[in-house]
Design a binder for this molecule. Structure first.
Ligand code: ATP
Ligand code: MG
Ligand code: MG
Length: 406
């Protein structure tokens, strides 16, 4: 159905006919990946119309969107054309053309969150500068322009040293670790050299990684989802446990840091705040995403209002929903591509077949046109009466023993 509505959608926007959904606003989403797809799923429950802009004709959101405009979300003319058809503009990826969003805002186009937020977040160095200016605790960091600068940073912060590309980073692509001064030049080269725009971070000696989804409505009300633990495999989010098994004091601190971080940004929507918990009980901010996030996928099954429904409520101006959990415990397991092509599909299919036998398990498959190694192809959410039971269910799924109830 990808391009079929294109001619009628602009008519419908200006149409004076009665409203049948929860909002008459057409929500335009820049990007049509799995996050866009799950936004469309949430939108369908409320009869909210979501249009996506994505260059790939068979992107994950395409089949479920009210409309799909095929085009680049980082191309100015395309984004401006897309904006004409939407009542509100939002994103499912931060690597969009922020300058165009700023221009559109000046012309009165409603962008949620604001272009200023996208601009700050899409450059991880600028993001770090912003949050440090707002008193948010984070690992020490420093811009580097050449090998001399990198060595100076290494002397100051020690090793291992985390080198990051400022822009276009996702799933750890854009991070390189130098274990010693000798490894600096190869790590920089692996990221594409200094011209790419690099900075370094002091190694965060974390005992756990935590994350908080924060929602802000158009009326500026703010709600936080329960703190979760995220477990990464080779820099990619792999497992999320909700709620995080940390003391009440840590949960409170994580919430406070997340709340403060999002309060420093403008616009409505959901935001994800990635955090490090150190051995001495400090919470440091890693990064923020201005959109629904992998650490919030569990909310579809385990919270009264999913992060996707919440994002839609926020951007169209409905009241925010209850973010609390309706199930005692849940685990989200990402289906990452293990092999290229057919072999990879087979491995995922075997795991999915086992998941279908597990009580409390829900399978999400993003229908991406190509299987690639380490690519997020889908996820499985398991819910249950306690974290112990959910962990046992995950283990039996991974071991292939089927349900623990059998
Ligand atoms: P995402 O897909 O979340 O956008 P990304 O490519 O932006 O990922 P980061 O979030 O910067 O990457 O880092 C990915 C992972 O690398 C973190 O979740 C953490 O496990 C590790 N990491 C990042 N920064 C540091 C640090 N300063 N010290 C130690 N580990 C770190
Ligand atoms: Mg990131
Ligand atoms: Mg991250």
């Amino acid at each position: 159905s990808s391009v079929s509505h294109e001619t009628t959608s602009s008519l419908r926007k200006d149409d004076e006919s009665p409203v049948h959904g929860l909002s008459e606003m057409i929500v335009g989403v820049l990007g049509g990946g799995q996050l866009g797809r799950m936004l469309c799923q949430a939108a369908s429950k409320m009869a909210i119309k979501v249009m996506v802009l994505d260059p790939s004709e068979n992107c994950p959101a395409s089949a479920l969107a009210y409309d799909h405009m095929v085009g680049n979300f980082d191309d100015s003319a395309t984004v401006q054309e897309f904006a004409k058809r939407c009542g509100v503009l939002t994103v499912e990826i931060e690597h969009v053309d922020a300058a165009t969003l700023e221009k559109l805002e000046q012309q009165g186009v409603d962008c949620e969150p604001r272009a200023s937020t996208i601009r700050i977040i899409q450059d991880k160095y600028l993001q770090k500068v912003h949050f440090s200016q707002h008193g948010i605790p984070l690992p020490e960091f420093m811009e580097i322009d050449n090998l001399e600068g990198a060595k100076k940073a290494g002397d100051l912060f020690g090793y291992p040293l985390m080198i990051k590309s400022k822009r276009l980073a996702y799933d750890g692509r854009g991070n390189a670790v130098a274990k010693s001064e000798e490894e600096l030049s190869s790590a920089v080269a692996a990221l594409g050299g200094f011209d790419r725009g690099l900075y370094v971070e002091k190694w965060a000696p974390f005992v756990k990684e935590l994350a908080v989804i924060v929602a802000r409505g158009r009326d500026n009300s703010i709600l936080c989802y329960p703190v979760v633990e995220t477990i990464h495999k080779e820099n990619i989010c792999h497992i999320v446990k909700a709620p995080a098994d940390v003391p009440w004091k840590i949960r409170k601190l994580a919430n406070d840091v997340a709340y403060k971080a999002i309060s420093s940004l403008e616009g409505a929507g959901v935001f994800a705040v990635e955090l490090f918990l150190t051995g001495d009980g400090q919470i440091l901010l890693n990064e923020v995403a201005p959109r629904p996030h992998n650490s919030g996928h569990h909310t579809i099954e385990s919270c009264y209002t999913s992060q996707f429904e919440q994002h839609l409520r926020a951007v169209v101006g409905l009241p925010l929903g209850d973010p609390s959990m309706k199930t005692p415990a849940s685990i989200m397991y990402n289906l990452l591509g293990e092999e290229e092509g057919e072999a990879g599909f087979k491995i995922s299919q075997q795991l999915i077949a086992r998941a279908l036998e597990i009580p409390g398990a829900t399978v999400h498959w993003y229908d991406k046109p190509e299987m690639r190694k380490q690519r997020k192809m889908g996820h499985i959410t398991l819910v249950g009466p306690s974290m112990g039971v959910v962990e046992a269910r995950l283990n039996s799924m991974l071991k292939g023993e089927g349900s623990e109830n059998k």
